[in-house]
Design a protein around this ligand. Sequence first.
Ligand code: SF4
Length: 343
Amino acid sequence: MSGPLLRVENLTKHYPLAAGFLKKTIPVVRAVEDVSFTVDAGETLCIVGESGCGKSTVARVLMRLAEPTAGRVLIDGTDIAGLKKHALRAYRRRMQMVFQDPYASLNPRLTAGQIITEPVENYERLSRNQCQALAAGLLEKVGMSPEMMHRLPSELSGGQRQRLGIARALSLNPSIIIADEAVSALDVSVQAQILNLLMDLQQNLGIAYVFISHDLGVVEHIGHRIAVMYLGRIVELAPCEALFAKPVHPYTEALIAAAPVPDPTRFRLEAVVEGEVPSPINPPTGCAFHPRCPLAAERCRIEVPSLVPIDDGRVVACHVRAPAANGKAQPAAAPVGTPMCSS
Ligand code: SF4
C-alpha cells in the first residue's frame, strides 16, 4: 500500500481534573495539543522533549490505552478510533510496545518462554512444541540463548529483561513498535547494545519505530527523523542530521546546547533555557515557550505559531524563526545559532 504506515492527524488529549465544589468550569490537563506526524515502513521517528511534554501520552493514545480527545490515528489509511472488537484485535497485532521499565512490564511469575508466547496464545492455540520453537527463535533473534526460556525475569539482568521485552513485542510480527523510554533505565553500555539490536531488527524485518526519549544522544543514534515536543505540541520536526546540524526552533537549539557533549574539544553553546516548564493545566497564551524564549516578540504572546515547512522535510512552529505569511514560509528572521542565554 502507498502512503505512510502510520498517520497521526491533529491528535489532542486532555485529561479533565476533578471539579471542585461550586466550580463552574472543570480544569483540564492539556497533555497533547494538535500533534500531527507520519511514519513510513522501516522508519524510526523519535519524539523528544522534557519530562511532561506529552510524548508518553502520544504513545498511550497510539496504543489505544487512552482515547484521543480529538484527532485521528490511521494505520495504512484505517482510522483506529472506529475499530471494533475483531478489527481492533487485528490492529493490535500490528502495533506493539516496548516499555521503559522491563522488570515492571514483565510478569514475574512467568518464565521468559511463557512471556514471549503469551501474546500469540491470545490469538491462536499453540502446542507445547510450537511454543518452545517460537520462544527459542525469538530469544536467538534478540541475542539471548534459547536455554534462557526457562528463567524468570528476576533471574535475568536489566539488559536481558529489555531484550525479552523486545522478543515479546516481536512475537506478533508487528509492523511498528512504540518504544517509550526503552533504554533510559539501562546502563550506558547496555543502552548501546539495545539500540544496535533495535536497528539490526529494523534492517532485517523492516519494522518502523516510534521511539520516545528525553535523551538527545539516544535519538541522534537511532532516529531517521526527530519530532521535538514542548508542552504538548510539536515545535520542530526534521531529519535527524539536519536537526542536530542546524536546530531552528529556539527550544530545539537550547535542548541541543544543553545536552552533555562527550568530546570536550567540540564547540557547544553555553546556553540554557531559563525558568520552569509551565503547567499544562494553565499553559501560556500564544506560543507556550514565550515566557522562556529570549526571542519572544509581541505576536508570540498572542498567537499560537503553526508548523511551517522551511526546508527539506523540516517543519518549525516559531513566529520569528519560521514566520508564516499567506501560507508560505519566509526566510529565517533571526540568525540560527544565536545563543539563548549565556550563563
Ligand atoms: Fe520564541 Fe516566539 Fe518562536 Fe515562540 S514563537 S519560540 S516565543 S520566537
